[in-house]
Design a protein around this ligand. Structure first.
Ligand code: MIC
Ligand code: SF4
Length: 645
């Protein structure tokens, strides 16, 4: 059979299972990445597996999220992570070196390899022809220990690109357009594979913008072929030796094909508060803007900054606008200085922020009350910016810069500068802030440093025969892991301290959640469609587990969060009949009957609603391995037992 590129790479890494869409398979992981906000739990879990050195070809620990350091917590985490990297044989990318996805693309990604990252935007690596997947931290710890990564074999959707982007229209507009078509849940269980004549018109960083934000589709990942453009990028990075040509077979069979003519793409914006509420910028023109942010792992390559600099060149930003720029990596920062981009930006009034995630995850640069913030980022969930009533719009660097200049939403095609340069040749490489792995003997002698904010990772419990619990919360559709476990400058520093961070679970949705969960002792959450979309943060499972949540019954789940629930022994169930969602409410007392038997046989679980005196069925649909994980009391117990044999 003619193969897609996804099939080729996945099948070359297949360890367990059959490559049939929807069936669980285990794949070998070549590379891993972690970032500091999820990483501390990863290395605590890895430590408890007692494996002296990572078994992957390459693993990197990045510091990019928690860099505000208002208090000792963040830097304690950095110290812990640096010592863990030294002990276990990882590369360590120091604070200030850049956002994990941008740095990994530049310095470590290899076409045709698999990459697993404890961050949902790991698919950025798909821009280089990798199968790069975001996962919960525990899955990444297991992959570093040499275990396969388990996923449902995806359906492969082909995205055929033709034509060429028009001036002032960008890769960001392509992915926003796709989000408009496919929605935030359209990609669950799917890989979006790009092909066609239009591919060769896009550079690797442009491709990476598209694969990065494929995460917002809920997709397993997105991938581009590895071609001459890939070679060009790797040459500039002085890494051409890792290049191989990779593409789908001619006439490969896709489950579905989406046609996009790049010539017809116009500037788009994702409107508050979801990345799929997409409108053409022309429809939003004139709306006053109070803040503009350029950066994040989606849009902070040198050409993104360069495009903004050319629009702003010689001019001053509007009086009502505050403009912040966070370069994606130190490499981008250094080369932007060299190329004269920085001086243009600073002269126009831009505030230069650190090369890190920063405002994208609410670490500073929050908008004013009721403010309108245009950001080149990938998520605009309510409150994520740190200002609950702000309206965040996701746009391209071109739209961001044009609007910063006028002070109102502006179609960048109206402010097109006379010259448009390609800055990618400014590519001096400087790895001085990346610490390579220590030789084995030296590594063995390293002591892991744990400050007082680093608390043990709580253990999951094996699932019980019967679960009697109260419904602590009922939610609507598309609940994100930002709703479940908020981030931002106050909460993010608590990522290594589950007892403390769990006080903030669902805080913005229902401030009483914490006290009600404690009172209930054992709890169940009722969810709508696509429960747990967005960030990979396993804290959205770990902290509820710590508060006694034993099951989530939803209409459907997002991929990474469902895996995290299983990893921490919380039973993910879906309503057999979605109408039953209406007949259960917060405060109801439920008894989940014959759970163990249902897990083993695949039969539905009977849920008795004692408050309403009625019953309904909920299905688990878990693969045999996931059932074993639930019975073992979570993935850590399960993997440890398997690695010992
Ligand atoms: C995000 O963009 O939401 C984050 C912060 O990068 C998360 C990871 C985390 O919560 O630490 C992600 O995307 O997985
Ligand atoms: Fe960082 Fe934002 Fe990218 Fe998440 S989406 S990795 S917070 S820049």
């Amino acid at each position: 059979m003619k193969q897609t590129l996804t099939d080729k790479i996945l099948q070359a890494h297949l360890i367990e299972g059959k490559p049939v869409a929807g069936e669980e398979v285990g794949i070998r992981i070549d590379q891993t990445l972690t970032q500091d906000a999820t990483g501390t739990m990863v290395y605590l879990q890895y430590e408890s597996m007692d494996i002296p050195r990572v078994k992957t070809e390459l693993s990197v620990s990045y510091i990019d999220h928690n860099t505000q350091q208002a208090g000792f917590m963040n830097m304690d985490d950095h110290r812990f992570l640096q010592s863990a990297a030294a002990k276990y044989g990882l590369y360590f990318s120091r604070p200030g070196n850049g956002i994990c996805h941008q740095v990994h693309l530049e310095r470590f990604g290899i076409p045709g390899k698999t990459l697993l990252g404890s961050d949902s935007h790991t698919p950025t690596g798909g821009g280089l022809g990798m199968i790069a997947i975001g996962a919960g931290g525990l899955d990444v710890a297991c992959a570093m220990a040499g275990a396969p990564f388990y996923l449902n074999y995806p359906q492969v959707i082909g995205v055929r690109l033709t034509g060429e982007l028009q001036p002032m229209c960008s890769a960001k507009d392509v992915i926003l357009y796709l989000l408009k078509l496919e929605t935030v849940k359209g990609g669950v269980g799917k890989v979006y594979e790009y092909f066609g004549k239009g591919v060769s018109t896009l550079s690797v960083p442009q491709r990476a913008t598209i694969t990065n934000m494929g995460a917002e589709l809920g997709a397993t990942t997105s991938v581009f072929p590895s071609d001459e453009k890939t070679l060009e990028f790797l040459k500039l990075q002085k890494r051409e030796s890792v290049w191989t040509e990779l593409k789908a077979d001619d006439d490969a069979e896709y489950a579905r094909i989406i046609d996009i003519n790049l010539s017809e793409i116009v500037p788009y914006a994702a409107c508050p508060h979801m990345p799929d509420i997409v409108k053409p910028v022309s429809e939003l023109e004139g709306l006053p803007v109070s803040q503009v942010g350029i950066g994040s792992c989606t849009n902070s390559s040198i050409n993104d900054l360069g495009a903004a600099a050319e629009i702003l060149d010689g001019k001053t930003i509007a009086e009502n606008v505050s403009l912040g720029i966070a370069p994606g990596s130190r490499q981008v920062m250094l080369n932007s200085i060299e190329a004269g981009i920085f001086s243009k930006l600073v002269a126009s009034g831009a505030r230069i922020l650190e090369s890190a995630c920063g405002p994208c995850i609410g670490m500073g640069f929050s908008p004013n009350s009721g403010g309108v913030s245009l950001r080149t980022f990938n998520r605009n969930f309510k409150g994520r910016s740190g200002t609950a009533d702000a309206s965040v719009y996701l746009v391209s660097p071109e739209t961001a810069a044009a609007s910063a200049l006028t002070g109102v939403f502006t179609d960048p095609r109206k402010t097109a500068p006379a010259v448009r340069r390609d800055y990618s040749s400014f590519c001096a490489v400087n790895d001085s802030m990346i610490i390579p792995p220590l030789p084995e003997q030296e590594a063995a002698a390293v002591e892991i440093v744990k400050g007082p904010n680093i608390k043990e990772c709580p253990k999951a419990k094996p699932v019980e025969k019967e679960i009697a619990a109260s419904v602590v919360l009922k939610t609507g559709d598309n609940i994100t892991t930002d709703h479940i476990m908020p981030a931002g400058s106050k909460i993010l520093p608590l990522r290594s301290n589950i007892p403390e961070i769990s006080k903030h679970v669902f805080e913005q949705v229902d401030p009483e959640f914490y006290s009600r969960a404690l009172e209930a002792g054992q709890g169940v959450i009722i969810g709508g469609e696509n429960y747990g979309q967005g960030s990979s943060r396993e804290h959205a499972a770990l902290a509820p587990m710590y508060l006694g949540i034993r099951a989530v019954i939803a209409k459907s789940f997002a991929r990474i969060h469902k895996a995290n629930l299983i990893n921490f022994g919380i039973l993910p169930l879906t309503f057999e009949n979605p109408d039953d969602y209406e007949a259960v409410d917060s405060g109801d007392r439920l008894v989940l009957q014959n759970v163990v038997e249902a897990l083993r046989s695949g039969a539905p679980v009977t849920v008795k609603n004692e408050t309403r005196n009625r019953e309904f069925k909920a299905v688990h649909g878990l693969a045999d391995r996931a059932v074993e994980v639930m019975l073992a009391g979570g993935a850590l117990n399960y993997t440890k037992a398997r690695l010992e044999h």
